[in-house]
Design a protein around this ligand. Structure first.
Ligand code: NAP
Ligand code: F7E
Length: 385
């Protein structure tokens, strides 16, 4: 399993002196955001209960650094799955948490076209199952729903804020629209403290390997060390408002500490294309990219050597695309006193630095940390990245 880029988490967690210790359930604890949120809540003195799904190989590498002491009463793992109502009822009833952070999802947009029913089951019905449990147990549990800028889809307004209409473009986007509204409806109908964070893209050295930023930073680090010749991408025109996951989990926590339940857009407001992310990542490796050609023939060439480092493969295009996203997070900034600290350039720098270490480890051990093999997926020889 790959090594995780850990942050400086204090060994001496700050237990509140007077307040009773809060209990939080985190679904999706083994994911990117789940791991950063766990660090934040442990620092704040919470007792956390992660919901981990069964996997045939270990899936806890993002939180293993937090779980070094099996006797630690504050870090608990429970098996569970968002597709399994009876399990969710049992876990929530056993823990009786103060807060539930629902971060679990089939979170890959392109894969949601391959697995639409599963995506809807987990991402849309999963939140409903949790909310129904909270309703039936009649406990004062605060609920956070991980809503997404993908709900804005083909955007109907620039920039996007809490009143921008949704116009999803994928099964993933639509599943998140259901989850958004069911959260709002349970808040209004049953007086449950249920809030949505509408988060724009956020990345980190812990990002899944098949999201575009990570694919670029690990890919170019491998190119730099001569482990591979080039990387293949899809739509280079696509524009995203990218921030760092560590900043965004602070907003997630603040949303549940707010005096009333509400919905908040969270983003940087700064939008860049995939092409610009490639350029920025390459710059951090001492490479200047020059673009040649257009459309499917476009190539990113090393200006110094003339070598093609990036090409375009139609396999990575989506049946329907979200072309442009840009957040207007004024509401969150004012009401939650939140703002992102890490900007686009710094994000690219941090990710490249971490992935260069991964690639160096691969070079030393002659073993890729993530497979580079091609598999036949849906009849096409698709590389997993
Ligand atoms: P991620 O890295 O893909 O993590 C997803 C988590 O959900 C993993 O822990 C995964 O478990 C778990 N999971 C998947 N299916 C499950 C199921 N059926 N039952 C229980 N757990 C399941 O995603 P992320 O980037 O941390 O994002 C966290 C949440 O925010 C997701 O809901 C995502 O849709 C949403 N979101 C993300 C962004 C972003 O840019 N990152 C933006 C807006 C919203 P395994 O580790 O076993 O796979
Ligand atoms: O794609 C384009 C791709 O997969 C970003 C999830 O966290 O953020 C994420 O969804 C853009 C898209 O993220 C490749 O077509 C080009 O336009 O990194 P991504 P996403 O689809 O924006 C939202 C907010 C979420 O909620 C989701 O959970 O990059 N792109 N070439 C590519 N994307 C990928 N993955 N791979 C490529 O080769």
């Amino acid at each position: 399993m790959p090594r995780i880029a850990t942050s400086s988490i204090s060994k001496h967690r700050n237990f509140p002196k007077i307040m009773p210790q809060k209990k939080a359930i985190i679904t999706g604890i083994t994911g990117q955001d789940g791991s950063y949120l766990s660090e934040l809540l442990l620092e704040k003195g919470y007792k956390i209960y992660g919901i981990q799904r069964r996997a045939s190989l270990p899936n806890t590498y993002r939180v293993d650094h937090l779980y070094d002491n099996v006797e630690d009463p504050n870090f608990n793992m429970m098996y569970g799955d968002l597709s399994d109502s009876s399990n969710l009822v049992r876990v929530i009833n056993a823990v009786k948490p103060d807060e539930i952070y629902n971060l679990a999802a089939q979170s890959h947009v392109q894969i949601s076209f391959d697995k639409p029913e599963y995506t809807v089951n987990v991402n849309a019905l999963g939140p409903l199952r949790i909310l129904e449990t909270i309703r039936n147990l009649q406990l004062p549990i605060r609920y956070y729903q991980a809503s997404s800028s993908e709900m804005f889809g083909k955007v109907l307004e620039i920039p996007q804020n809490e009143s921008t209409p949704f116009n999803p473009r994928s099964p993933y986007g639509l599943s998140k629209v259901f989850a958004f509204y069911i959260t709002k409806i349970f808040r209004d109908a049953y007086n449950i403290f249920a809030s949505n964070g509408i988060l724009f893209n956020h990345e980190s050295p812990r990002r899944g390997f098949n999201f575009v930023t990570r694919k670029i930073t690990l890919g170019l680090a491998r190119v730099k060390l001569g482990l591979i010749d080039k990387i293949s991408l899809g739509n280079l025109e696509s524009q995203r408002d990218w921030g760092h996951s560590k900043d965004y989990v602070e907003a997630i926590w603040k949303i549940l500490q707010h005096h009333e339940p509400d919905d908040f857009v969270v983003g940087t407001g700064d939008t860049h294309s995939v092409r610009e992310f490639v350029e920025e990542a390459a710059k951090n490796l001492g490479i200047e990219i020059e673009w040649q050609g257009t459309g499917l023939d476009e190539k990113g060439v090393d200006k110094k050597t003339g070598k093609v480092l990036v090409d375009v493969d139609p396999i990575f295009f989506r049946p329907t695309e979200v072309a442009f996203l840009q957040s207007d997070s004024k509401k969150a900034r004012a009401a939650l006193n939140w703002e992102p600290r890490i900007d686009f350039k710094e994000l690219a720098r941090i990710m490249v630095e971490a992935d260069l270490q991964y690639a160096e480890e691969e070079a030393r051990s002659h073993r890729p940390i993530v497979t580079q093999k091609r598999y036949n997926i849906n009849g096409s020889k698709r590389k997993p990245l």
